[in-house]
Design a protein around this ligand. Structure first.
Ligand code: NAD
Length: 501
């Protein structure tokens, strides 16, 4: 057994997940740090998935009767457990997803933050009182729990995405059945152990949170089950295009958080020191494996050469290697397929006339892991490969002459998740954020497109799927709305003046 495997097993024990391994299991838990096997796990069968959904349904029927502020206690307990175990869970994220230590911890902090937000929300799930046209009547909205929420998640935010959905769903009175990525099974089991402990402490019903391990077939069991009114699916646009029509065919709801192809416009007035820092973090953080990773910069021709040479210098000092070393800034890609996709995309960009400015090759790292040198490719135009999301650290550079052209290039991709402009010109900044500017769900000024806080609604348009999670009024997706009209008069006036006597 490798050191990494031993460490992962010790963490699982400490987090209360015990020893979940089964030598005959068909699923393999690996670490991208060295590609080594941590252990094998058994996949759930479709019958087990159906039974888990049944248990969640029973728990939901009890939970929805618990007053929302009392439900908040479950999420408060989860937040406390996450604080207590932040270092262990963060380290497990590093081991299983390959994130650097600081980003692993950051992901757990994001879970703590959403718990705080959800506890507050548990006292604020309020509807409207609406003026009625009928005398002696009152009209209002109530928000009720929705049911069992199915959560399908991607490998790159193995724990935060579950918490964004679950913390809100639990205070909204729902139960959750989670199908994590088949690449990040252990972090899911750790979260399940923590929520079960939180449920014991809070006196929440058994079965409120279920986890199902397996590949897309288990995801499809959630997608097709009519007992699940909402499927919240995070992953590639390909996955979303498969999931959405199947859920729609049974008139269920989806909340889709899919691929991005995020860009930053760099205007002539930009503070270039700050811009370079913002770009490098967004393009290279998590080894370019964030949905919000910066993939395209659209830079004014007057500063293009200067910006590219500053970025090249910054890229060439990036420490690449084991994410367990605190000095590392670029860890491994998740697997060999990801490294192959990276190398293929670089070749295609070069074939399209792109100039490789730096990187674009394999890098030394830990033997067995898939380490690459983040690439910058200066492109003559926005070709098909630039418009695709390659889930790896490739930053394409495009030039522009006026802001209309920059916004046109910016929006000429199918995805619409996150975006930025670096400028000190208030007209450019406001235009970029206006209806005629960025068509993304997130539009930032003087910060990169990645690294959102939980207080804002998170999600994007077009091929990103249109879903919104996390802050603002995203909680409404996890509830159903009832409009109530109450007649406290002795008459029965009909709306629109209809007479029926
Ligand atoms: P993926 O689409 O391969 O897998 C995501 C999840 O969907 C996995 O759990 C997988 O088993 C499941 N799945 C796949 N096909 C399915 C199907 N037909 N039915 C049901 N379930 C199915 O994505 P990935 O490689 O794990 O993650 C990377 C992708 O996720 C990128 O495109 C990235 O941009 C996107 N992502 C988006 C967000 C966001 O918030 N917009 C966040 C994280 C990741």
């Amino acid at each position: 057994m490798t050191d990494i495997s031993t460490r992962a097993r010790e963490i699982l024990e400490r987090l209360g997940a015990g020893n979940p391994f089964d030598e005959d299991g068909e699923l393999v838990a690996r670490s991208p740090i060295d590609g080594g096997v941590i252990g094998r796990l058994r996949a759930h069968t479709p019958q087990e998935a159906a039974a888990a959904i049944g248990r969640a349904q029973e728990a939901f029927e009890l939970w929805r009767a618990v007053p929302a502020p009392v439900r908040g206690r479950l999420v408060r307990e989860l937040g406390e457990l996450l604080r207590e175990h932040k270092h262990d869970l963060g380290a497990l994220v590093t081991i299983e997803a390959g994130k650097i230590v600081s980003e692993g911890l950051g992901e757990v902090q994001e879970m703590i933050d959403i718990c705080d937000l959800a506890v507050g929300l548990s006292r604020q799930l309020h509807g409207l009182t609406i003026a009625t046209e009928r005398p002696g009547h009152r009209m209002m909205e109530q928000w009720h729990p929705l049911g069992v929420v199915g959560v399908i998640s991607a490998f790159n935010f193995p724990v935060a995405v579950w918490s964004w959905n679950s913390a809100l769903a639990f205070v909204c009175g729902d139960a959750v059945v989670w199908k994590p990525s088949e690449k990040t099974l252990l972090t899911a089991l750790a979260c399940q152990a923590l929520i079960e402990e939180a449920a014991r402490r809070a006196g929440a019903p058994d079965g409120l949170s279920q986890v199902l391990l397996g590949d897309r077939a288990i995801g499809e069991a959630l997608v097709d089950d009519p007992r699940i009114p909402l499927v919240s699916a995070t992953g590639s646009t390909r996955m979303g295009k498969e999931v959405a029509p199947r859920v729609a065919a049974r008139l269920g709801r989806t909340l889709l958080e899919l691929g991005g192809n995020n860009a930053a416009i760099v205007a002539p007035s930009a503070d270039l020191d700050l811009t370079v820092r913002g770009i490098v973090f967004s393009a290279v953080g998590t080894a370019g494996q964030r949905c919000t990773s910066l993939r395209r910069i659209i830079v004014h021709e007057s500063i293009r050469a200067d910006l590219v040479s500053r970025l090249k210098a910054a890229y060439e000092t990036l420490p690449i290697g084991s994410p367990l070393e605190t000095s590392t800034l670029v860890g491994p890609l998740i697997d060999e397929a990801a490294a192959d996709a990276f190398l293929r995309a670089i070749k295609r960009a070069q074939a399209d006339g792109g100039t490789l400015v730096t990187g674009g090759t394999r890098a030394d790292g830990v033997a067995g892991g898939q380490y690459v040198r983040p690439a910058i490719v200066d492109m003559p135009e926005q070709t098909e490969i630039v418009r695709d999301e390659t889930f790896a650290p490739i930053l394409y550079v495009l030039g522009y002459r006026d802001l209309d052209e920059a916004v046109g290039l910016h929006n000429a991709v199918t995805q619409g998740l996150s975006s930025s402009i670096f400028t000190l010109n208030v007209r450019e900044a406001e235009t970029f954020m206006s209806a005629a500017g960025s068509d993304c769900g997130i539009a930032n000024v003087n910060i990169g497109p990645s690294g959102a806080e939980i207080g804002g609604a998170f999600g994007g348009e077009k091929d990103t799927g249109g879903g919104r999670e996390s802050g603002s009024d995203a909680w409404r997706s996890y509830m159903r709305r009832a409009t109530n009209t109450i007649n406290y008069s002795t008459e029965l006036p009909l709306a629109q003046g209809v007479e029926f006597s």
